[in-house]
Design a protein around this ligand. Structure first.
Ligand SMILES: Cc1cc2nc3c(=O)[nH]c(=O)nc-3n(C[C@H](O)[C@H](O)[C@H](O)COP(=O)(O)OP(=O)(O)OC[C@H]3O[C@@H](n4cnc5c(N)ncnc54)[C@H](O)[C@@H]3O)c2cc1C
Length: 419
């Protein structure tokens, strides 16, 4: 067993993990032994969450030293992968086999298990959270037992077990839906009035397979990133002016971190994320918060954020608005409703940012916002949980899978108090 006592932080450095020990097992059997012997333990993915969702005062386990696995099943159109695998590695390997995922987040450096556990998403009217592609998973339960769950054979519990905040056990592998590989282009339209975005919302977000609207909320304009598939025609919307050269989502930041633009065609995984896998964008000098709203509230949400732009803009690197298709995963922030997401990349200022997050939430929570599970929020746990109609069933699932609370942490306890 390998372990370390060195304290670690998350990617942004705003959370110092309080674990007494961090394990890095080399085999699933070793992991099962560690879990069986531990009193409190949870998995750490790639550490990109901005809050205490991954933290514990017990033990942490990193799965990056487990044997790497990637098995495709062409008859079922799935791939089964090690949970610690990062999307960048998975996507490149899938593409080599002529396969693809439906969507990716902005950053490909994040782990598959950690992303799915928090409802991580990309953009696209027709694209769901990454977790909605999960067809099966294997996890280590509290006694070190191995549990297999499948979408087709466990309909009663599966939809509660994917976006699970790490609270049901240590996921060792996931089976994901795949499709044939596809080509994409990426174009950026600059100087698009926010009024045009709100007045022609369906046209703008329907203009490509995946659309991101970046704005600093300062000048009333946006840059609209259009990621198009040649086999999926868009709405035909074309506003603003074409960016004459490649750009970074944060104006003024180096464009070389961004994926290929200017309309050159290339593989899906080299266009869907905003950032290239071989480079790390920034050094964690940021904080993030994000809200999923019902799509029907999009206009009101734009107006609400514009109304507090004078508070938001001074502490913001960049804001991003995306769309996400509804799904049926109990704790997915897009559960049951087509959504529009309002994301904020804040400057890393622990004093100036929290009051602005509170102001944003005062504006967006009345419109039905659900905060991203992996980002910062000022909302109370009870208020957050009240926005998920299947939350009581998730609480029951916790009791069933983990009666002694081995995988709980303060974050989970605050949302789902133990009975
Ligand atoms: C620069 C940057 C860009 C981002 N872009 C996006 C974006 O485009 N869209 C978006 O939605 N989010 C985005 N995020 C947020 C990010 O996707 C989430 O925080 C996600 O959870 C990160 O995955 P991770 O592997 O780092 O998870 P961690 O932060 O390590 O863990 C998150 C949760 O997953 C659990 N977990 C991890 N591994 C396992 C396992 N094997 N078994 C059980 N539970 C496990 C942990 O216990 C914890 O509860 C971004 C974050 C950063 C820093």
């Amino acid at each position: 067993m390998s372990s370390t006592l060195i304290p670690t932080t998350n990617w942004a450095g705003n959370v110092t993990y309080s674990a007494t020990r961090i394990h890095r097992p080399h085999s699933v059997d070793e992991l099962r032994r560690i879990v069986g012997e531990s009193r409190r333990i949870r998995a750490l993915g790639s550490g990109h969450s901005f809050n205490g969702v991954a933290d514990t005062t017990g033990e942490l386990v990193l799965l990056d030293r487990l044997p790497r696995a990637m098995e495709t099943d062409r008859s079922r159109s799935t791939v089964t992968v090690s949970s610690a695998m990062r999307y960048a590695e998975l996507a490149a390997a899938l593409h080599r086999e002529g396969l693809a995922l439906a969507n990716l987040a902005s950053l490909p450096h994040i782990s598959v298990a950690g992303s799915c556990a928090t409802g991580t998403h990309g953009s696209g009217n027709g694209q769901r959270c990454l977790a909605a592609s999960v067809a099966g998973l294997q996890l280590v339960g509290p006694d070190g037992d191995l549990v297999e769950l499948r979408r087709d054979t466990d309909p009663d519990t599966f939809e509660g077990s994917v976006v699970a905040l790490g609270a049901l056990g240590i996921v060792t592998r996931l089976t994901l839906d795949v499709e044939p590989s596809y080509e994409m282009t990426q174009r950026v339209r600059q100087g698009v009035p926010l009024d045009e975005v709100t007045n022609r919302l369906d046209d703008v977000f329907g203009a490509a397979y995946s659309v991101s609207v970046f704005t600093d909320w300062r000048g009333g304009e946006a840059a609209v990133w259009l990621k198009s598939r040649s086999d999926r025609p868009g709405s035909g919307w074309i506003g603003g002016q074409a960016a004459p050269h490649p750009v970074n989502p944060v104006p003024g930041m180096p464009p070389e971190f961004s994926t290929e633009q200017l309309g050159t065609s290339g593989p899906w995984h080299e266009r869907l994320p905003h950032f290239r896998p071989e480079l790390t964008p920034g050094a964690g000098e940021e904080l993030q918060s994000e809200y999923f709203l019902p799509r029907s509230a999009a206009r009101a949400a734009f107006a609400a954020v514009r109304g507090i732009a004078h508070l938001v803009a001074p502490v913001l690197h960049i804001g991003e608005v995306r769309t996400v298709r509804r799904d049926s995963l109990w704790l997915s922030p897009a559960y049951g409703r087509d959504s529009v997401t309002f994301h904020f990349t804040w400057v890393k200022d622990d004093e100036a940012v929290p009051p602005v997050i509170a102001a944003v939430e005062e504006a967006l929570m009345p419109l039905g916002a659900r905060p991203h599970w992996g980002k910062l929020t000022a909302a109370s746990p009870s208020e957050i949980v009240s926005r998920y109609e299947r939350a009581p069933e998730f609480g029951q699932l916790l009791e069933k899978y983990d009666p002694a609370g081995k995988f709980r942490n303060a974050f989970v306890d605050s949302l789902f108090p133990a009975w």
